[in-house]
Design a protein around this ligand. Structure first.
Ligand code: NCD
Length: 311
C-alpha cells in the first residue's frame, strides 16, 4: 500500500494491521526519553499543510522524527500559492527535490486524491475538506480498542457537526468495518442528507443517544465552515447538544468521551467534561490519551507505507 487517502472501502485486515502496529509502537513512546527507530533513515517526508493544524502536523512531525526520518515543512500561507501557483505545480516542484512522501492537508475535499493521482510517492491524507481524515479515525479507533479491549459490538456515538466533519466520515467507515455500532446525534441541519445510508442510527435527542452509547466522539462546531448558519444560535446548540454534567446526569453507566480537538470549550463540550480524566464521575475524558496515541498510530502508518515494516 502506498496511499492512505480514506477509510472508505479499506478492508478490516488493513485497519487491524495499522492498529496492531500502533500498539507495538506505543510502549516506546512512553519511555523517558522516548525510544527512537531508524525505520525511515534517509527518507524525507513533506508536511504539505495547505490548511491550519496544531495536533495533526506536530503529531506527524514527531512520528517521522522518532522513526529517524527527516521532515520538510510547507505551509500555504508563506508559499508561492499566494502568488498564484497551482497545487499540482507546487507538488511537482517539491517532488523534483527528491522527497519520499507527502502528507497532505487541504481545505478542499478530494485534494489528497488529486495529489495521489499525480505523484507515485507515498501520499497520506491528513484531512481534506469535509471528506476524510483517516489517521484521526485510526487513532480514535486505537483509543477505543485500548480502552474497551475490542471494537466489535461497541456502541459509539458521534455527536455534533457531522455535516462538516471529515473525522465523522472516516470514523463511520472505519468503525462499521470493524463491527462497531455507530450512532450520530445532531440537529437535522448538521447531518449529511441520507446519513442513514451510512449504516448509522440517527438521534436528534441527546439523552436518548447517550443512553445507548459506551463512548461519545464529540465534534467541534466548524464555525469556519459556516456551521453557525445551520443552527438558530450557538447558545441554543449548547443547550440541546453540548455534553455537560447536566446532559450526563440521567446516565446510569459511565461514558468515555473523545474529541479530535481543537475543543470549543463551553460550546460542544463543557470544561468539566473535557478535563475529567479520573474514573469516578459519569464520564471519563480520553482526549489527551488520543493525542498520545496519535503519534503511535502515525508511526505505524508511516512505517507500513514507507518501509513496509511494522516496528
Ligand atoms: C480535526 C480536523 O482538522 O479535521 N482536528 C484534527 O485534525 N485533530 C477536527 C476539527 O477541526 O474540528
Amino acid at each position: 500500500m502506498k496511499r492512505l487517502l480514506g477509510l472508505y472501502g479499506l478492508p478490516q485486515s488493513d485497519i487491524v494491521k495499522f492498529l496492531d502496529a500502533a500498539r507495538a509502537f506505543k510502549p516506546a513512546l512512553l519511555e523517558t526519553p522516548p525510544r527512537t527507530f531508524n525505520t525511515l533513515q534517509g527518507k524525507t517526508v513533506v508536511l504539505a499543510f495547505f490548511e491550519n493544524s496544531t495536533r495533526t502536523r506536530t503529531s506527524f512531525e514527531l512520528a517521522i522524527r522518532r522513526l529517524g526520518g527527516s521532515t520538510l515543512n510547507f505551509t500555504a500561507a508563506s508559499s508561492s500559492l499566494q502568488k498564484g501557483e497551482t497545487l499540482l505545480d507546487t507538488i511537482a516542484n517539491i517532488e523534483a527535490m527528491q522527497v519520499d512522501a507527502f502528507i497532505v492537508r487541504h481545505g478542499d475535499s478530494g485534494a489528497a486524491d488529486i495529489v495521489a493521482r499525480f505523484t507515485d510517492k507515498v501520499v497520506i491524507n491528513a484531512g481534506d475538506g469535509t471528506h476524510e481524515h483517516p489517521t484521526q479515525a485510526l487513532l480514535d479507533m486505537f483509543t477505543l480498542r485500548e480502552t474497551f479491549g475490542k471494537l466489535s459490538g461497541l456502541r459509539v456515538l458521534i455527536l455534533g457537526d457531522i455535516l462538516h466533519s471529515r473525522v465523522a466520515r472516516s470514523n463511520i467507515f472505519g468503525l462499521r468495518t470493524m463491527g462497531a455500532h455507530v450512532s450520530v446525534c445532531a440537529p437535522p441541519t448538521l447531518l449529511p442528507p441520507f446519513v442513514e445510508a451510512l449504516d448509522v442510527t440517527v438521534y436528534h435527542n441527546l439523552s436518548d443517544a447517550l443512553q445507548n452509547a459506551d463512548a461519545a466522539i464529540v465534534l467541534r462546531l466548524q464555525l469556519e465552515r459556516e456551521a453557525a448558519g445551520y443552527i438558530p444560535s450557538i447558545r441554543e446548540y449548547n443547550h440541546f447538544f453540548a455534553l455537560t454534567d447536566e446532559s450526563l446526569s440521567a446516565l446510569s453507566e459511565k461514558i468515555f468521551v473523545l474529541h479530535p480537538g481543537p475543543v470549543n470549550r463551553e460550546i460542544e463540550l463543557s470544561s468539566v467534561v473535557t478535563d475529567r480524566d479520573d474514573s469516578s464521575g459519569k464520564s471519563e475524558s480520553l482526549i489527551l490519551t488520543q493525542v498520545t496515541n496519535g503519534v503511535a498510530v502515525r508511526m505505524a502508518v508511516l512505517s507500513l507505507l514507507l518501509a513496509n515494516s511494522e516496528v
